[in-house]
Design a protein around this ligand. Structure first.
Ligand SMILES: C[S@@+](CC[C@H](N)C(=O)[O-])C[C@H]1O[C@@H](n2cnc3c(N)ncnc32)[C@H](O)[C@@H]1O
Length: 294
């Protein structure tokens, strides 16, 4: 085993070890893993590092250690999110800034939130060196104390437990916002897409994408017909009462503001905006629905 493999393995064990401590009951958790409101006042960050500072893989972060995402996976995560120059990307726990800088090189305005001031300094220097400092910005801050609600793309490489802590905040973001995580999932919120990078990436090579769904749950009127939707994250179930006949809906899902479901062998697609759904069935007929009063 060469030194690089040894180092990578040590980091892997370290990060997963850290993850397993997070799953312990609250009283057994290390101080770093306590929920924000239970934490002692944050320790004042150390001054930014000199120009020669080099981060070490596996070094302690606030809630999770620093391990960089493999560049090939960074590229793929941005592809999965379909980033465009119209997007505003925020990387939560931005490390050495690679995701933010890669996005900025694609013309995207991007921002990293990183607790470690040394990593923030490294990131700013790298953004400068790559000529994207105007589009790639960094803040030294705690992600759990930061407002990133205006992002249209959020990237993460944290832990399952931290993702789950962020989940309510993410679900409250604008429908259509894309969330992409390296390796760690979101509990029972199933990903819309996943990808595993094979080849040059040897650890932490899986990416998950979620698209924040609009809230479609409730009762809708389609003229004389009635659509009842139950919603768990992006997944829908329910019934369509058409011409007096109650049909179960299947293959039903939200994709941001877009809705799609099948009822009685007919596929419905549409878009939800301002309390109204408008769309077409697969045979081209227009349909629309409004929320039932009350
Ligand atoms: C696994 S690294 C990922 C770095 C980068 N996003 C990437 O994919 O290359 C996690 C980063 O989160 C930072 N971090 C940990 N807890 C944090 C917190 N509460 N607020 C801000 N940054 C945090 C760590 O310092 C570390 O740089």
């Amino acid at each position: 085993m060469n030194r690089m493999t040894l180092l990578a393995s040590a980091c892997l064990v370290f990060l997963w070890g850290w993850q397993s401590t997070q799953a312990q009951p609250a009283q057994a958790q290390p101080a770093q893993a306590q929920p924000a409101q239970a934490q002692p006042a944050p320790v004042a960050p150390t001054p930014a590092a000199p120009d020669t500072y080099k981060p070490t893989v596996g070094q302690m972060g606030k809630d999770v250690v620093w391990v960089p995402t493999h560049q090939a996976l960074v590229d793929r995560m941005l592809d999965m999110a379909k980033v465009t120059p119209q997007d505003y990307l925020v990387d939560l726990g931005s490390g050495d800034g690679r995701t933010v800088i890669t996005a900025a090189k694609r013309g995207v305005r991007a921002h990293g939130i990183e607790y470690n001031p040394d990593l923030v300094a490294v990131s700013r220097r790298a953004a400068q060196a790559e000529g994207v400092a105007e589009r790639a910005t960094f803040a030294q801050a705690d992600i759990f104390q930061s407002d990133f609600s205006d992002a249209t793309v959020v990237t993460l490489f944290l832990l399952h437990t931290l993702n789950e802590r962020l989940r309510p905040t993410l679900l409250a973001m604008r429908p259509g916002t894309r969330v992409v995580s390296n390796t760690f999932t979101m509990g029972d919120w199933e990903a819309d897409q996943q990808y595993e990078h094979k080849g040059e990436c040897s650890s932490f090579c899986r990416a998950y994408l979620w698209i924040i769904p609009a809230d479609a749950a409730g009762e809708w009127r389609l003229g004389e017909d009635r659509l009842v939707l139950r919603q768990t994250y992006q997944m829908l179930s329910g019934t369509l009462t058409r011409d007096g006949q109650e049909l179960p809906i299947t293959e039903a899902k939200m994709d941001g503001n877009r809705i799609a479901f099948t009822a009685g062998n007919r596929r419905y697609t549409g878009e939800l905006a301002e309390g109204r759904i408008t769309g077409r069935t697969e045979d081209g007929a227009e349909w629309s629905a409004t929320r039932a009063p009350g």
